[in-house]
Unconditional design. Structure first.
Length: 210
């Protein structure tokens, strides 16, 4: 089994505070082109951030960015690169490296170079909420070097309702324990944390008569 542990709320909150300062600088930087809002999502929004004990990749936070470009003045490529340039202008002020572009997000990292470790990282996804309730994100095709809006995959069945039920019945601590156990027991390197979390939610509900 792996040995994931929870990152303390104090450390996560300190990192989030710093990330928010960086985001606000980026917001001011792009204001003559468009505005954007942001939202911490996933484990950082649930106070369930984990890291591999004695690992070299630290922990990560996930942030959704929603750009206000209703008239579609900018292409997907332009939006992502405008944002990355804005963040890159200020990342060094907070000890982050320059943005790394990937298929779904762009990522900034704080590194301990002497020990070849990543202390923590932040993944930014640029998303758009559609009128039909679905969500799109800017997808980067590395092979073709193209950017386009693509629909997110379907969400997990009744996840929000199950989370609310767990909170209502005082089962949050049990969920924390089950999620950490399942993450440590996971042997599928392709399985994302969000899938393990959704399975843990369903397991807690099933064990308690949902």
């Amino acid at each position: 089994m792996a040995n994931y542990v929870y990152v303390t709320k104090k450390e996560v909150q300190a990192t989030k505070k710093e990330v928010m300062q960086l985001i606000h600088k980026a917001q001011n930087e792009v204001r003559d082109k468009f505005t954007f809002s942001y939202q911490f999502i996933g484990s950082s929004s649930r106070n369930m951030v984990t890291m591999l004990e004695n690992g070299n990749e630290g922990y990560d936070l996930d942030v959704n960015i929603r750009v206000n470009d209703e008239d579609e003045d900018y292409s997907a490529s332009e939006i992502k690169h405008i944002l990355m340039r804005a963040f890159n202008k200020y990342v060094n002020c907070y000890d982050y490296d320059y943005s790394e572009d990937s298929k779904r997000v762009f990522t900034i990292k704080v590194k301990d170079r002497e020990n070849s470790r990543i202390l923590h990282s932040v993944d930014f996804a640029v998303v758009h909420d559609c009128d039909d309730g679905r969500q799109q994100y800017i997808h980067f095709n590395k092979k073709q070097n193209t950017y386009e809006w693509q629909y997110q995959g379907k969400g997990f069945y009744q996840l929000k309702e199950k989370e609310e039920w767990i909170t209502k019945h005082g089962l949050k601590n049990e969920l924390n324990d089950v999620y950490l156990h399942n993450k440590n027991a996971n042997k599928d390197s392709n399985k994302k944390s969000r899938s393990i979390y959704a399975e843990s939610v369903s397991q807690v509900c099933r064990n308690n008569g949902y």
